[in-house]
Design a protein around this ligand. Structure first.
Ligand code: ADP
Ligand code: ZN
Length: 737
């Protein structure tokens, strides 16, 4: 539930010299007073203001208050040439700040990530693919042409193209001279090609057509509403929500499609272009600066109708947003875990409720939160119960590892081995899934028992044999694989313990010497492009056995894949996290869903040491409704989300004793928390107990559903002062509890 904080601005115009309140993205949590510049300015205007000795960019948030002045009030330097921020976005940022208990200035930073906002020259030189062929195909030239081909119609500035291709600008100039690359003067920030919403999509099945009609009605109504679109992988959810996108476009409203993984955008954009005859705008960290700048401007002016992107696309300045699709809504990557802690799915619902848009939450395995909201009637629910066409969900079976008697350092059981041989001998593909990057999770000294850990984090270093390094998955620090034990100095006694995706690959190669084995893990590829190439290659039949991390669980289409083997089904069930069952269930269903998408039915084999575990049994039985019901009743009993509310308070400092003492002190002074009928648990070591040399402890707050959680937490934490070394951050709706 979001607490409204009332209107944040007066509408209107400020004459030169009038007091205005300007919000900047600087870490000061207040709106500062300035005088309106020559020519005046509107509320929402992007302006440049002096701040100490610097000039910074800000937004005119409303009238100045005139209540806080150390000296004379300075003037706004100038209003920038950008569409003023709409009131709807201002309200959204304010409420998102209130909800997540983050400073408004940090929220503003998310909304002003457009490069070059301040100073737009009107023309620029851009580069795109020409028709000529180079006289000599050098490696560098080929890189440039590859990049341009890869990005289709996109154009680049010289600097961007050189960087993307990894060549010097003279290589590009050389290609221009031969008309292989075209150099053009263009006005900056051209609108995107218009979409053709009258084009018809695929002919829908009856189920799909009914679902599409319901979504269209919502969009047509023009008000806020959220719908859960649930359907097994391959049931055509994408086809269905594309109809809702078409409807929004038809009514002159913009649509946003959020995807959980950048690697999925390329495939989606292709489908989108086929459907609408033009490209959607693309927004994520892999997009060129020129493109991002253009998109940011065009979204604000209505020159971009549909955006496909990562969670940060929620903060773009839409002119008239009518639809937000959150695909794979259960995906944990929608939760931002760094900086501003927010869940993009929940923020999508918040923004839509402010601007009167529809939200579609699509998933084969919805989060328990969404499931409960649909059950309670807060969200509409649409179900697609069967896969499109002849394909059916795979058959699930357990392999009881207690009976397999595997030798040490082997992870593929004989039963799984047989099943794989059987499939690949028929020209089908098999996927072996393990949710662990690298070669081995632990390196241990067999002489002294020492485990090599990160010196700054509470984590063991993971061997990445491909990169020949030990890497900390927490902070990213790495070191060369040592030859002697760093603790006792013994030679040749270091041993890799446990499997990662690289090691599994090695085992598969030795078990199936004839087969082509492809390993898919995000860190094995130099670029998103190389990874995409590999995925396309696999889809085209270029591999017999695919070894993958959870990267493969998400949305790729491998038509020949008929067998999925899960190496360690028990992995996610360890530990005390209340969400572990839900996550494991979702992940297993998702991975298994990769199998048997075309005519041949698929099989999913789960290697497990505890086949009678209730979660494993629910997965095997395919009894989703039963699983959700059981899970829901357990959580209802203890009053945790979605039947109660939680917040995590993370305290961190280089000094372990200090954080624990402060945590304990905060736990004692829990008056404001008890006042709303909530409880404090902890302090306990945070899920990641040490990162980058900082010790972290966590307090968990559990509150009844209707409690006013945020104001209570605000009052509570204001009792401790942050210092240079000591920091506190609030995580509303934490991922693990
Ligand atoms: P989901 O998003 O539920 O996984 P998709 O929309 O990706 O499902 O559909 C799975 C596959 O089936 C895609 O290749 C899609 O093009 C195809 N498909 C789905 N519905 C239809 C349809 N009505 N006509 C033709 N192909 C369809
Ligand atoms: Zn580390």
């Amino acid at each position: 539930k979001v607490t409204a904080s009332g209107p944040v601005s007066v509408s209107g115009f400020f004459d030169e010299g009038e007091l205005v309140g300007v919000l900047t993205a600087q870490p000061l949590d207040r709106v500062l007073d300035y005088r309106a510049p020559e020519g005046g300015c509107f509320v929402g205007a992007f302006v440049e203001v002096p701040l100490g000795p610097r000039k910074v960019i800000g937004v005119v948030w409303g009238a100045g208050k005139g209540d806080y002045h150390k000296g004379r009030i300075r003037s706004v330097i100038r209003a920038l040439d950008a569409v003023p921020m709409r009131e709807e976005l201002q309200v959204f940022l304010q409420r998102a700040a209130d909800y997540t208990l983050t400073p408004l200035s940090s929220m503003l930073r998310l909304a002003t990530r457009a490069p070059g906002l301040s100073n737009p020259p009107s023309m620029q030189k851009i580069y795109r693919l020409g028709s000529g062929r180079p006289s000599r195909e050098t490696e560098a030239r080929k890189c440039v042409l590859d990049v341009l081909e890869e990005y289709g119609g996109l154009s680049f500035t010289l600097g961007e193209l050189a960087k993307q291709a990894g060549v010097s600008s003279s290589v590009i100039k050389g290609l221009v001279a031969q008309s292989c690359v075209l150099e053009e003067d263009t006005p900056r920030d051209l609108p995107f090609a218009r979409l053709d919403s009258t084009r018809v999509g695929k002919t829908l099945s009856d189920d799909q057509a009914a679902a599409a009609e319901l979504l269209r009605e919502g969009v047509k109504g023009g008000d806020y509403g959220t719908t859960l679109l649930r359907g097994v992988t391959g049931s055509g959810k994408t086809e269905v929500y594309l109809e809702a996108v078409a409807e929004a476009v038809k009514h002159g409203r913009q649509a946003l499609v959020l995807l959980p993984e950048i690697a999925l955008t390329a495939e989606f954009l292709k489908r989108f272009e086929a459907r609408f005859g033009a490209r959607a705008g693309e927004w994520h960290s892999g997009v060129t600066m020129t493109e991002r700048r253009r998109l940011w401007k065009m979204v604000g002016q209505g020159g971009c109708q549909v955006v496909v992107g990562a969670r940060s696309a929620l903060f773009l300045p839409y002119q008239n947003l009518g639809l937000i699709v959150v695909d794979e809504e259960h995906d944990t990557s929608y939760k931002q875990e760094d900086g501003v802690l927010y869940n993009a799915r929940d923020m999508a619902v918040l923004r839509a409720s402010i601007c009167g848009a529809q939200v579609v939450l699509a998933s084969a395995t919805p989060s328990l939160e969404t499931w409960a909201n649909a059950e309670a009637g807060k969200y509409k629910k649409i179900e697609l119960t069967s896969r499109f066409g002849p394909s059916v969900m795979p058959d699930f079976r357990a392999i009881d590892m207690r009976l397999e008697k595997l030798p040490s350092n082997r992870w593929i059981s004989q039963s799984l081995e047989k099943a794989v041989s059987n499939r690949i001998s028929k020209g089908e593909q098999a996927l072996l899934f393990i949710n662990r990057r690298g070669y081995a999770p632990v390196t241990i000294c067999r002489a002294c028992g020492h485990q090599i850990g990160c010196k700054d984090c509470d984590a063991t270093l993971v061997e990445h044999r491909f990169q020949k390094r030990l890497i900390c998955h927490q902070c990213g620090e790495s070191e060369a694989i040592p030859e002697v034990c760093p603790s006792c100095g013994a030679e040749d006694r270091l041993a890799a313990v446990g499997p990662g995706v690289e090691r599994l690959s090695e085992e598969a190669v030795s078990l199936f010497p004839q087969a082509r084995v492809a390993t898919l893990s995000s860190d094995l590829y130099a670029s998103a492009r190389a990874l995409k190439q590999q995925i396309e290659d696999i889809a085209a039949g270029g591999a017999d056995i695919i070894i993958g991390t959870q990267l493969v669980a998400k949305g790729h289409n491998f038509p020949r894949l008929t067998l999925v083997g899960v190496i360690d089904s028990d992995l996610g069930l360890q530990g005390s996290d209340m969400r572990a069952a839900e996550r494991t269930f979702q992940l297993m269903r998702q991975v298994a869903g990769r199998a048997g998408r075309a005519e041949t039915p698929g099989t999913a084999l789960l290697q497990t040491y505890q086949p009678e575990h209730p979660v494993i049994r629910a997965i095997l039985a395919g009894d989703e409704e039963g699983f959700w019901q059981t899970e829901a009743s357990e959580r209802r009993q203890v009053g945790v989300p979605p039947f109660g509310r939680m917040a995590g308070i993370i305290l961190s400092s280089p000094d372990l004793q200090e954080v624990f003492e402060l945590g304990a002190e905060l736990a004692r002074r829990d008056g404001p928390i008890r006042q709303i009928g909530a409880q404090v648990f902890g302090p306990a070591p945070a899920p990641i107990a040490r990162i980058r040399g900082r010790h972290r402890v966590r307090l968990l707050v559990k509150a009844p559903k209707g409690a006013a959680l945020q104001p209570a937490i605000k009052a509570w934490i204001s009792q401790v002062k942050q210092s240079n070394q000591f920091r506190l951050s609030v995580d509303i709706d934490p991922q693990s509890f």
